[in-house]
Design a protein around this ligand. Structure first.
Ligand code: UDP
Length: 332
């Protein structure tokens, strides 16, 4: 029997990382999760071994890579709260940028050249043009986005020397949960709209703050491009295949191209749950652009990636299913 190729997944115990591990397993890979469990959940690691440790520890990473005969790396491990990032720039640069540098050092030591990087549309800041193309000027407006852009630049510069080959995937708004309901979004500090709207619907004591109702949009609330986490997961499998034959560095938007407003998300939650979402009309949140949505054509052209389950109703249905069966919502 041929052994399945092993892929190192840093941050594989986190939200997107765990969904990617499941997709990797389904596609015939063995995902080895490397995670310090600072925000990830041990219970989310179900499709391969777990190495508990820090991505900034190059010796530890290199040893794990060698022991598991790693063929490629998927890099998710990062701090990812926009608000927190302003108060903790050292921690964000150290974890996100320092972590990537240390990881690439370990890869070079072990002769591993392929890396898929979990990037974000936060690198675009307030874009000049919509939908956002990959060629849009990257001007992040928060520390989190600046650390992700710094990593993109580092990976692209390293790839230019031929030392690595990289695909950088710029997620728009990741949401939803795995169809079987055994993993989902379980952040200790939840800041995202979809889980908060579901929580508000189920617990009227915790109404949803609608951050700004006076934006220049059709219903006055911000519009975003919500992508089902299972669609995102699929893109990583396609990126790995792409890197088998392609060198250098490429960056791709992962979005649907369809803007959805805060009120439309609320209505979808109300339809799925058959109840009202109690809301408080709150002031605008600092740094929220009115509209953000992707031009997703490049990912389709190069990777063959198309979002197939990212209509807001399907996203909310899967998130509700997860919320109801969630066995590890308590922080680990
Ligand atoms: N939002 C909101 N109330 C909340 C959380 C988010 O009105 O409690 C809005 C937020 O202003 C943004 C959209 O929902 O327009 C998506 O926010 P989220 O934090 O989920 O993702 P972001 O787009 O900031 O990455």
């Amino acid at each position: 029997m041929t052994k399945q190729p092993t892929v190192l997944v840093t941050g594989g115990a986190g939200y997107v990382g765990s969904h990617v591990c499941k997709a990797l397993h389904r596609s015939g890979f063995t995902p080895v999760t490397l995670d310090n469990l600072s925000t990830g959940h041990r219970q989310a690691v179900q499709w391969g071994p777990l190495e508990i440790g820090d991505v900034r520890d190059a010796d530890f990473v290199a040893e794990a890579m060698t022991r598991h005969k790693t063929a490629a790396v998927l890099h998710f491990a990062a701090l990812s709260l926009v608000g927190e990032s302003a108060a903790k720039p050292y921690e964000y640069y150290d974890n996100n940028v320092g972590g990537a540098i240390s990881l690439v050092a370990a890869m070079r030591r072990c002769g591993v050249s392929r890396i898929v990087f979990s990037s974000t549309c936060a690198i675009y800041g307030m874009p000049d043009r919509l939908p956002i193309e990959e060629t849009e000027f990257a001007r992040p407006i928060n520390v989190y986005g600046r650390t992700k852009l710094a990593v993109e630049n580092f990976l692209a510069d390293t790839a230019a020397t031929g030392a690595i080959r990289t695909v950088m995937l710029r997620y728009f708004n990741a949401a939803g949960a795995d169809g079987d309901g055994n993993i989902g979004e379980a952040h200790t500090t939840e800041t995202h709209l979809v889980p908060l709207a579901i929580q508000a619907a189920l617990d009227p004591r915790r109404p949803l703050n609608v951050f700004g109702s006076d934006y220049p949009t059709a219903d006055g609330t911000c519009e975003r491009d919500y992508v089902h986490v299972e669609d995102l997961a699929e893109a990583h499998i396609q990126a790995l295949a792409f890197l088998e034959t392609t060198g250098g560095s490429r960056a791709y938007n992962l979005g649907t191209g369809n803007p959805v407003s805060v009120r439309q998300v609320i209505r979808a939650v109300e339809r799925v749950l058959g109840t009202t979402v109690p809301v408080v009309e709150a002031p605008r949140r600092a740094g929220d652009p009115p509209r953000l949505f992707a031009a997703p054509g490049l990912a389709e052209r190069d990777l063959g990636w198309v979002a197939t389950r990212s209509d807001i109703e399907s996203i909310v249905e899967s998130a509700v299913r997860w919320h109801r069966s969630n066995v590890f919502s308590v922080a680990v």
